[in-house]
Design a protein around this ligand. Structure first.
Ligand SMILES: [Mg+2]
Length: 358
């Protein structure tokens, strides 16, 4: 039996701010754009639960958050700090798992099948992981446990905040059935509206739908939706950085369609990837980009250069080409990554090696 955890940090950016400013604890705290006395543009990135009580939530215009609670504490996003905290959290999760897949700055899947015999043990194990994260970083999280990624995610959502929630495979369909269709992992606002207009209000309703009808409307994805509604999902944990590739990924503070922002991010990631390539002393033949959209759909696209390269320009040029050619226009992007692979040891280094060994 496969046992998979999804660890998701609770109100992550705001929790990080509470950590270094204990005086914020328990008070409404909003991380995001500057509200500028109500005229600020931009959005709420994250807020704590005290702020949520006033109706504030992430992605809400910051001006609206300000209207809801003028004397809330508003702080700007400090991405470097959150990334540092994220790395600490991820190290702990990694040390508890056989296979580990980071989903975003504050979420990761862990395969613990080889670590525990059954679900009861898995709950104990998750508890100790949760305590370890708290002890090492001071940050709260929630953990979902099930036998595939979809159900681990759905369980985690149900357990939030500060909870551990198990949904056994055999209980998956029953658990999902009463939930509104928009709560299904992977269903964004547009899909939700289409599903509702087709008469599917709950996940249970979708689970009983005629697959052919769904495929007629959504293409291949329709069949996936139907599987998801029945609690069937992928249980393969994809380790992020195989030794055979060098890559970096970044999650945007907020999902974005802003081309300038995305291009700037691709350039900055590409230059970090190049730094690693240089350190490793390799040349690469393949450039890959990964895009994860706001609705968690994602794609990988690769280009083979046809020759080995160690030029930084070839990473960025090809990453941009792939982005322009394949990104879906107007669809908000949550996370983006660049990777190079198909390595050979760089020629100059090989010569030095041959010389030294001669
Ligand atoms: Mg989170």
């Amino acid at each position: 039996m496969r046992i998979i955890l999804l660890v998701d940090m609770d109100y992550f950016f705001a929790a990080c701010e509470e950590l270094r400013h204990p005086e914020y604890m328990g008070k409404p705290l909003v991380v995001g754009a500057d509200p500028k006395g109500g005229s600020g543009r931009g959005v709420v990135s994250t807020c704590n639960y005290a702020a949520r009580k006033f109706g504030i939530h992430s992605a809400m215009p910051i001006s609206m958050a300000y209207r809801l609670k003028k004397d809330a504490i508003f702080v700007p996003v400090d991405y470097n700090y959150y990334e540092k905290m994220s790395n600490q959290v991820m190290q702990v999760i990694k040390s508890y798992s056989t296979k580990f897949e980071q989903v975003s700055i504050d979420e990761a899947f862990a395969d613990i099948s080889a670590k525990v015999e059954d679900y009861a043990k898995a709950v104990e194990y998750a508890k100790s992981l949760k305590e370890k994260i708290k002890a090492e970083t001071g940050l709260p999280c929630s953990i979902g446990i099930s036998s595939n990624k979809l159900m681990a995610k759905m369980a985690c959502e149900a357990g939030k905040p500060d909870g551990i929630k198990l949904v056994k495979q055999e209980d998956a369909a029953k658990f999902l059935s009463p939930l509104p269709v928009g709560k299904l992992y992977g269903v964004g606002n547009k899909t939700k509206e289409r599903l509702e207009s087709m008469g599917f209000k709950t996940i249970g309703g979708l689970a009983k739908a005629n697959v052919a009808n769904l495929v007629g409307t959504f293409g291949v994805w329709g069949a996936e939706l139907h599987k998801s509604a029945n609690g069937i999902g992928d249980d393969v944990i994809v380790e992020n950085y195989e030794i055979k590739s060098i890559g970096r990924e970044r999650t945007f503070e907020t999902d974005t369609i802003d081309q300038d922002k995305i291009v700037a991010m691709l350039k900055s990631i590409s230059s970090e990837v190049y730094d690693d390539v240089k350190r490793q002393g390799v040349s690469f033949k393949t450039v890959t980009i990964k895009i994860r959209y706001h609705d968690f759909t994602e794609y990988l696209k690769s280009r083979s250069l046809g020759h080995y390269s160690d030029e930084p320009g070839e990473i960025i040029d090809n990453a941009l080409k792939l982005f322009y050619a394949f990104a879906e226009k107007g669809k908000r992007i949550r996370k983006i990554g660049v990777r190079v692979s198909s390595f050979s040891k760089r020629q100059g280094q090989r010569r030095i090696g041959e010389f030294t060994s001669a």
